[in-house]
Design a protein around this ligand. Structure first.
Ligand code: NAI
Ligand SMILES: O=C(O)C(=O)[C@H](O)COP(=O)(O)O
Length: 380
């Protein structure tokens, strides 16, 4: 059997070489010509998988080691009888930690206690649901908008317009969809951006086109009071440098890039392929995952709970580092092609990042601090 994989999938050899002959390519370069003898295609989010790529090829299994599936033409794949597997929730915790780091940073920069902000979560699935649970445990006031869940009879949701009118912070966690009653392409258009509260914070770590980027730039030119954190961009890997310059935080689609999240993605697709081929799954993440990066934070006696929470969150992940790398890249790139390759390079060479659960907190933890850290997701 022949397999072709995006070279950025971690543990490729460990998980997939046993199935047959495994080739790897940069995800954006995978073309129909590469697939003439390939039965299994393994991708991440940057390969558009549709009729134009697969028709006439022997591909019968497509696995994406990501949460998002907007790069797959699911209708066509189903009509062609091609089996599709994705990795729901694999890196959701990484995205939650990215959002917490944004909140911490924007709070510091605006001299605002982020835990007293009312946070509006748009899209309450794997990511939004975990974010809500974490914020609730931390005592933060939240509003939730998810009309699809509301339609299924679940309670506790508000409309997007109510959320925009009442929330101090908007955090977007919807899939990118272009049709249907709740399509999310340009969900935040010029009208909704204009309705944001004075001084509102907007965090987009879903997909770039969920926010109309041209309208956002025009809005920010009028309203410097808004604090915007963008991890995703409407025309990736292209980034509008003018928009990035006006964002409080600008990162290259790395919100979910924890090592743990990426490895879970590979593991989930390995299991899906085993199931598809009706083979037992003999490998496990525990067996294959490198233990590197397990870090340890020494807690000084008498540390105050809020201070310790901020320190621990920063220790695990500091969005300012990714923002600084992105701005340095944009500062050096004079042409669009350089920005595109710079964006992909930052993602390919991403530093090792572990999730909160992998951090050991050692030392004397006062009970209030322990409670707060556990609420945030630390195992202590
Ligand atoms: N920046 C990054 O690194 C990452 C980005 N993502 C993005 O985040 C998205 C969300 O991820 P999950 O929470 O795992 O997906 P999910 O499918 O578990 O949840 C999405 C939720 O959004 C809701 N929804 C759909 N349309 C909506 C609308 N118009 N208004 C409000 N809610 C709506 C759905 O009902 C669902 O509950 C992914 O589709 C992906 O595009 C995911 C992982 C990493
Ligand atoms: O899981 C998702 O959905 C994501 O957005 C991934 O973090 C994207 O990672 P790449 O596919 O771009 O490596």
């Amino acid at each position: 059997m022949q397999l072709l994989a995006d070279e950025n999938i971690p543990l490729l050899d460990e998980y997939f070489a046993g199935f047959g002959s495994l080739r790897r390519l940069p995800g954006r370069q995978i073309s129909r010509a590469d697939l003439q003898h390939t039965e299994v295609l393994l991708v991440r989010s940057v390969t558009r998988v549709d009729r134009a790529l697969l028709e006439g090829t022997p591909v019968r299994f497509v696995g994406t080691c990501t949460i998002g599936t907007d790069h797959l033409d699911l209708d066509w794949l189903a009509s062609a009888g091609i089996h599709v597997a994705s990795a729901p929730g694999c890196n959701a915790r990484g995205v939650v930690e990215y959002v917490l780091s944004c909140l911490l940073t924007l709070g510091e920069r605006t001299a605002t206690d982020w835990r007293r902000q009312r946070i509006g979560i748009v899209g309450v699935g794997e990511v939004g649901g975990r974010l809500y649970a974490t914020l609730q445990a931390l005592g933060v006031d939240c509003l939730r908008c998810d009309p699809l869940r509301a339609e299924r009879g679940e309670s506790g949701f508000v409309s997007l317009d109510q959320l925009i009118a009442e929330a101090d912070v908007l955090s977007l966690h919807v899939p990118l969809t272009s049709s249907g009653a709740y399509a999310t392409r340009h969900l935040l258009d010029a009208g909704r951006l204009a309705a944001l509260r004075p001084g509102a914070w907007l965090i987009n770590s879903s997909r770039g086109p969920v926010v109309d980027n041209a309208a956002l730039l025009a809005c920010l030119q009028q309203r410097p009071d808004l604090q915007v954190a963008l991890d995703v961009w409407e025309h990736e890997p292209e980034v509008d440098p003018q928009l990035a310059a006006r964002c409080a935080l600008a990162t290259p689609h790395i919100a979910g890039y924890s090592l743990d999240g990426k490895l879970r993605g590979s593991d989930m697709i390995y299991r899906a392929l085993c199931q598809h081929l009706q083979q037992p799954a003999s490998l496990s993440l525990q067996q294959l995952a490198p233990d590197s990066g397990h870090t340890c934070l020494q807690v000084a006696a008498g540390s105050e709970a809020d201070w310790l929470l901020a320190r621990a969150l920063r220790w695990v992940y500091d969005v300012r580092d990714d923002d600084a790398r992105m701005r340095a890249m944009l500062g050096q790139a004079t042409e669009a092609a350089q920005r595109r390759s710079g964006f992909d390079r930052l993602r390919r060479d991403y530093p090792l990042r572990r999730e909160c659960a992998a951090l050991d907190l050692q030392g004397e933890l006062p009970p209030a601090a322990r409670q707060l850290l556990r609420a945030a997701g630390f195992s202590c």
